[in-house]
Design a protein around this ligand. Structure first.
Ligand code: RP5
Length: 161
């Protein structure tokens, strides 16, 4: 079942945004991916936001660079939780960080870090949201966190010699 929509403003965003899909694959969460631009394809972006919930999506992840309005448009049109990934297309991503995070009250975009770390965390956050109502996703999330912990402890033990 497709639960998460991963959007990006341009094909140039794909190398970063595909990291979100990889995390969702690891956690066994179904997703779809679209290139939709708030500025270049505003009608298609609006249509996506208007139909997302009806089609079964539960979370929208939207990554964009420069004047990054894609996540904000999603949050303005769709009632679903929206996670914004600011991308470093210019000014080191500071412009897109501000454009994504500074939403007016009542229309939140949960904004993660700039770039690939943000794309990964957008997926991890989507998993946490889905885990609230899906016991299987919840268990896979807990298992993945335990594996993360074990990996760090193993690395620590290794450097102790
Ligand atoms: C934004 O403008 C896109 O999300 C991309 O990060 C940036 C540059 O787009 P391109 O000129 O590479 O298509 O809309």
């Amino acid at each position: 079942m497709t639960r998460v929509g991963i959007l990006m403003g341009s094909k140039s965003d794909l190398p970063v945004m595909k990291a979100a899909g990889a995390v969702l694959d690891e956690l066994g969460v179904g997703w779809e991916m679209r290139i939709l631009s708030a500025h270049r394809t505003p009608e298609q972006a609006r249509e996506y936001a208007m139909t997302a919930e009806k089609r079964g999506l539960r979370v929208i992840i939207a990554g964009a660079g420069m004047a990054a309005h894609l996540a904000g448009v999603m949050a303005g049109v769709s009632p679903l939780p929206v996670i914004g990934v600011p991308l470093g297309a210019s000014l080191g991503g500071f412009d897109s960080l501000l454009a994504t995070v500074q939403m007016p009250p009542g229309v939140p975009v949960a904004t993660v870090a700039v770039g690939k770390a943000g794309a990964k965390n957008a997926a991890w956050l989507a998993v946490r949201i889905l885990a609230l109502s899906d016991p299987e996703v919840r268990q896979r999330h807990l298992d993945a966190r335990a594996a993360m912990t074990a990996k760090v402890l193993a690395a620590d033990a290794e450097i102790q010699g």
